[in-house]
Design a protein around this ligand. Structure first.
Ligand SMILES: Nc1nc2c(ncn2[C@@H]2O[C@H](COP(=O)(O)OP(=O)(O)OP(=O)(O)O)[C@@H](O)[C@H]2O)c(=O)[nH]1
Ligand SMILES: [Mg+2]
Length: 175
C-alpha cells in the first residue's frame, strides 16, 4: 500500500501538536515535556522530539505526518524529521510580532525539502490578530519567487487541517 510522508513545522506554540491530534486517524504520538522557560507563560507543554499521526485517504493511501519541535534548541531534530518527506506544511502564528520573518526562517531551514517537493502555508491565530493579511503572505512569497497556497487554518479544526493537506496534495500533483 502506498505511503506518503508529510512534515508540519512552525514556531513554538503555533499549533503543530494540536494539528496532528486533529488530523490523525490513529491515536497520535506526542513527545511533549513540561515547559520551563518563557514558553511556560503561553502553554504547559512543548514538543521535544516529534509528533506523529496518520491519515488514511479514501483510496487507502496512508499519509504519515510528523510534527517538528518548534523551539530552536531542538532544531537538530528538523533535518532528521525532514528526511524522505514528500511535502511540508509551514504553520505561521499571525499573532506573533513578525510572522513574515518567522515564515522566512522556516523557508530557509527547509530549503532543500521545499526545492525538491512542495509546501503550503497555514496561518493560525487569525482570530487573535489580522495585522498581517493573506495578501501580505502572498506578496512576501512572490518577492522570493515562491508560489504556494496560503490558507487561514485553526489547528484545532480537522476541517481546516484537511483543507491544508488537500492543498498540499494538489501542489504535489501539479509539480
Ligand atoms: N484561539 C486560537 N488558538 C490556537 C490557534 N492555533 C493554535 N492555538 C492554540 O495554541 C496552542 C498550540 O499548542 P501546541 O499545539 O502544543 O503548539 P506546538 O506548535 O506543538 O508547540 P511546540 O511543540 O512547543 O513547538 C494550543 O493551545 C491551541 O489550542 C488558533 O488559530 N486560534
Ligand atoms: Mg508541539
Amino acid at each position: 500500500m502506498a505511503e506518503l510522508k508529510f512534515v508540519i513545522t512552525g514556531t513554538a506554540g503555533v499549533g503543530k501538536t494540536t494539528a496532528i491530534c486533529a488530523l490523525s486517524d490513529v491515536p497520535p504520538v506526542a513527545t511533549d515535556a513540561d515547559t520551563t522557560d518563557e514558553l511556560s507563560l503561553i502553554k504547559n507543554t512543548t514538543t521535544v522530539a516529534f509528533d506523529f499521526g496518520e491519515v488514511i485517504l479514501d483510496d487507502g493511501v496512508r499519509v504519515r505526518i510528523y510534527g517538528t519541535p518548534g523551539q530552536e534548541r531542538f532544531r537538530h531534530m528538523w533535518e532528521i524529521i525532514a528526511e524522505g518527506a514528500l511535502g511540508l506544511i509551514i504553520l505561521v502564528d499571525n499573532s506573533r510580532p513578525d510572522p513574515l520573518q518567522d515564515l522566512m526562517m522556516y523557508i530557509d531551514n527547509f530549503q532543500q525539502l521545499i526545492a525538491e517537493t512542495g509546501f503550503v502555508v497555514g496561518v493560525t491565530r487569525c482570530d487573535r490578530s489580522d495585522r498581517v493579511s493573506i495578501d501580505d503572505y502572498y506578496s512576501y512569497l512572490e518577492s522570493r519567487e515562491l508560489f504556494c497556497p496560503v490558507i487561514e487554518a485553526d489547528p484545532r479544526s480537522r476541517e481546516d487541517m484537511v483543507a491544508l493537506m488537500d492543498a498540499l496534495m494538489a501542489m504535489l500533483e501539479c509539480a
